[in-house]
Ligand binder design. Structure first.
Ligand SMILES: *Cc1c(COP(=O)(O)O)cnc(C)c1O
Length: 586
């Protein structure tokens, strides 16, 4: 291979001619000393016998075609039969050990025997996230165009850390991130045409950590500049001192990834309380109070996660009030975590939120949650890409090249924690083109409607259930009444109680955190949740929110239909009635 390439006249290669015709060109040549050294060696005269039993690529092209065809047939069959498979597995921990050998096979195995083990050993241990009966956590969508994108990404495996490592990987990413920024109506500053831009990360947690490290470095750089320190050693010492004072902030409802990122970034983390009255949103008032409290102790808040769609309840933080606070603390980096609910920003009716991000430094949303793209595709946008590259760029000699040095190309390795990266832009490209913006909007709006329909069902049984929050971005959070209540018409005040429906039926507020009624409601809700879970027909998530044990129901995966939500509600009603009858007899 090597010799035949070197022997070929380079001027006849059309690709290279094309590249050389540009002002800057890719220069490909063998290491100068390598060729003569090899020519003199004995080993170049004898061909090395190929005694491998397995072909270089594992199978030859025709075997691959047949294997891939049968694999794809099985995948299509999996999706067709998915609605009838139990959403949760019925196995015990460690089940797989008894099904697989303790040692790796010594000899090669054939593809059919490998593939057969998917159904036999893997399927029994799967929780089916794509099942329409999966209503837990947040969805993690999978779609056929997304799968095809993953196939092409695998086929073109190229850990393209530099532009030069595969220009298409970088350039497609920049283009689809700009498409996405426009689709989500992010402020202009987040586009690559200015000083900002987007980068695809593996997960929201990674995006939060990346933003936090950039925030930490920006804060320290500004502090050192203010102090006017120029001596390198003195600078380093002072940075270490200052680092010990830094505090990352999130609300009580922000995702645990903020605290984890602070652990990794080596700074303090403080959370800011939220309350039921504020809908579990972070308020400007409590942010200001926390900053002042920390500063009075000599600590320095440098980073804050605000959330569009918190994990527990899909709460939306008070972005406008928080923007006002930021005016007094311009060095505070504000990151918007919109991992799940950010998908809704494709619809005009949600884009007033995007406009509120204008003075925030960074934003992330996961295409792989609600926007039809297979895991992983977490999109991080910043208004100043220099903040990322200043914090994350390290360039050893072997990574230097004239393109990167010219500053005309993007090297995404400087925008992320790892060096190598997958070709994830392909699946995003395929998904956006397959649905079009209008298709993505229809997809989100349909789930919003399904969520509203589900919440209506819950309100219709106010004798059994309370809605704690929602529906918000298709998520409804409910609790079970410890005793049956008098039914009220949804939206109409109870005749004996002047308060509107929502207020008259919520037993659980933080003030009542140790009340008997709350304890009873928590016990009843927990019992219902655990019984539903045992049936394995539907999968919800439970959580404790403001002292209340609650059940989260979100149905936003591609295969979800109205009948699945209605059936899920039936199961909730049956179970709650059983539990309450038993309790009433006690
Ligand atoms: C799901 C979620 C995360 C974590 O997402 P990963 O991509 O799994 O790291 C973070 N924040 C919010 C608001 C989420 O909903």
């Amino acid at each position: 291979m090597f010799r035949s390439f070197a022997g070929r006249s380079r001027s006849t290669s059309p690709a290279l001619t094309f590249l050389r015709s540009k002002s800057t060109s890719i220069h490909v040549s063998p290491t100068p000393q390598a060729a003569p050294a090899m020519a003199n060696s004995e080993s170049t005269k004898r061909e090395i016998a190929d005694d491998r039993q397995v072909p270089a690529m594992g199978m030859d092209a025709s075997t691959f075609t047949a294997a891939a065809q049968s694999c794809i047939d099985e995948i299509a069959n999996y999706y067709t039969t998915l609605p009838s498979r139990p959403v949760l597995p019925s196995i015990q921990p460690g089940y797989l050990r008894s099904l697989l050998p303790t040692q790796a096979p010594q000899d090669p195995e054939s593809w059919p025997s490998i593939q057969a083990d998917i159904e036999r050993t893997i399927m029994p241990g799967m929780t089916h996230w794509q099942s329409p009966n999966f209503m837990a956590f947040f969805p993690a969508s999978s779609t056929y165009p997304g799968i095809l994108g993953e196939m092409w990404s695998a086929a073109l495996t190229a850990p393209a850390f530099n532009w030069l490592c595969s220009p298409a990987v970088t350039e497609l990413e920049t283009i689809v991130m700009d498409w996405l920024a426009r689709m989500l109506a992010l402020p202009e500053g987040f586009l690559s045409q200015g000083e900002g831009g987007g980068v695809i990360q593996g997960s929201a947690s990674e995006a939060v950590l990346t933003a936090m490290v950039a925030a930490r470095e920006r804060w320290l750089r500004r502090a050192i500049e203010k102090e006017g320190i120029t001596d390198e050693e003195e600078k380093e010492d002072r940075i270490c001192e200052l680092r010990g004072k830094l505090v990352a902030l999130g609300s009580q409802q922000s995702h645990s990834s903020t605290q984890k990122a602070a652990n990794i970034a080596g700074t303090r983390f403080r959370s800011i309380a939220t309350s039921r009255e504020d809908g579990f949103a972070l308020t400007g008032r409590s942010l200001r109070a926390k900053i002042e409290e920390l500063k009075s102790k000599g600590l320095e808040p440098y980073y804050l996660t605000v959330t569009l769609g918190t994990t527990n309840t899909c709460a939306v933080d008070q972005f406008e009030a928080i923007t006002e606070v930021k005016k007094d603390y311009p060095d505070l980096w504000i990151h918007v975590d919109a991992a799940y609910a950010g998908a809704a920003l494709v619809c005009e009716e949600y884009q007033h939120y995007s406009a509120q991000f204008a003075s925030f430094e960074s934003f992330n949303m996961n295409m792989h949650k609600w926007l039809l793209t297979n895991f992983d595709a977490s999109c991080l946008f910043v208004q100043h890409r220099r903040d990322l590259t200043d914090a994350l760029s390290i360039t050893p000699a072997y990574l230097r090249n004239q393109f990167s040095d010219s500053g005309l190309v993007t090297d995404y390795r400087d925008w992320q924690i790892p060096l190598g990266r997958r070709f994830r832009a392909l699946k995003i490209w395929f998904v956006i083109r397959t649905w079009g913006v209008s298709g993505l909007q229809a997809h989100v709006r349909r789930h919003i409607k399904l969520g509203e329909m589900f919440a209506d069902l819950v309100r219709g049984r106010s004798d059994l259930f309370n809605i704690l929050t929602g529906p918000s971005f298709a998520l409804t959070v409910l609790t079970v009444n410890p005793r049956r209540r008098k039914m009220v018409e949804p939206g109409v005040a109870d005749g004996e109680d002047p308060r509107p429906y929502q207020d008259s039926h919520v037993a659980v507020t933080p003030q009542e955190a140790d009340s008997k009624e709350l304890d009873e409601a928590n016990a009843a809700t927990k019992e219902v949740y655990e019984l539903v879970d045992k049936r394995r027909e539907v999968f919800f998530t439970s959580s404790v929110i403001g002292g209340a044990y609650a059940i989260r129901v979100v149905s936003a995966n591609p295969l979800a239909e109205e009948r699945h939500l209605r059936r899920a509600f039936e199961i909730l009603v049956e179970t709650a009635e059983d539990v309450l009858s038993r309790r009433e007899k006690q």
